[in-house]
Design a protein around this ligand. Structure first.
Ligand SMILES: Nc1ncnc2c1ncn2[C@@H]1O[C@H](COP(=O)(O)OP(=O)(O)OP(=O)(O)O)[C@@H](O)[C@H]1O
Length: 237
């Protein structure tokens, strides 16, 4: 097994046709390795969400090649009919809003996807409790989402994204709804997951204070993806 978790070559995404053609991504080539936490930073409308959704096998590219781990999943077309299966097995999503299901308690939210994937209830609960303990929120396992703070809900959402043991985490502005202390906690947690579990994490963020906590920055410039080192660590954090 190589170190590559995500690789894209000459990726293109256009929306619409003729006069309404929008060229969002045009010839992007980049790689993200296992164990890396990478920030994706670009102005509004530059194509960050579009890029995440292509990597996540949700949005079909116009052309190009994508590998997830060692598996080539897209080469000018999806190489499997089962993109949903790839998504379920390899990828965990985290969004700005936590999207926990309000009528299920914390542990039920975390066990939902593994159980949908055929994992037994006992096994799914065991893994969920381990994750909740790891995120120091196991005491809330039987609470409802509405009883939790924003930061606690986001920790549960991260536990849920990890419940399937994905190789890749795609996080779209996971700290946008949090204050600066909670944001730092969440990003540090994402870094810990990347390091401890050899997972690749791409996190869209508009918050410059989060960048020193990441390993690398990807930007979208002229519709291509460009890699940058992170700025110096800010001692305040
Ligand atoms: N389904 C679609 N049909 C047509 N255009 C789309 C579609 N989805 C996205 N776009 C366009 O693609 C561009 C990139 O959108 P995207 O949401 O990826 O940007 P973003 O960088 O994530 O922006 P933000 O920071 O505001 O979330 C925008 O110009 C948007 O209008």
């Amino acid at each position: 097994m190589g170190k590559q978790a995500i690789k894209a070559e000459n990726l293109v995404k256009h929306f619409g046709k003729g006069e309404s053609l929008v060229e969002v991504i045009d010839g992007a080539s980049f790689q993200v390795n296992k164990g890396e936490l990478v920030a994706l930073v670009a102005p509004s409308g530059a194509g960050k969400t579009t890029l995440l959704m292509m990597i996540g096998c949700v949005e079909e590219p116009t052309s190009g090649t994508i590998w997830l781990g060692d598996e080539k999943v897209y080469a000018d077309k999806w190489l499997t009919k089962e993109t949903r299966k790839i998504r379920r097995e390899k990828i965990g999503f985290i969004f700005q809003a936590h999207y926990l299901i309000p009528f299920l308690n914390v542990i039920e939210n975390v066990t939902l996807v593994p159980q949908t994937n055929g994992v037994s209830e006992k096994e799914a609960k065991k893994t969920a409790m381990e994750l909740l303990e790891y995120f120091e929120i196991a005491d809330k396992a039987h609470a409802m989402s509405s009883e939790l703070s924003g930061g606690q809900n986001q920790r549960v959402a991260i536990a849920r994204a990890l419940a399937n043991r994905p190789q890749i985490i795609l996080a779209d502005e996971p700290t946008a709804a949090l204050d600066s202390k909670r944001s730092v906690d969440v990003v540090k947690m994402l870094k810990k997951i990347a390091t401890d579990q050899d997972v690749a994490v791409i996190m869209v963020t508009h918050d410059e204070a989060m960048l020193p906590l990441c390993d690398r920055i990807l930007t979208i410039e002229d519709r291509k993806v460009v890699s940058h080192p992170v700025p110096e660590k800010i001692t305040m954090i």
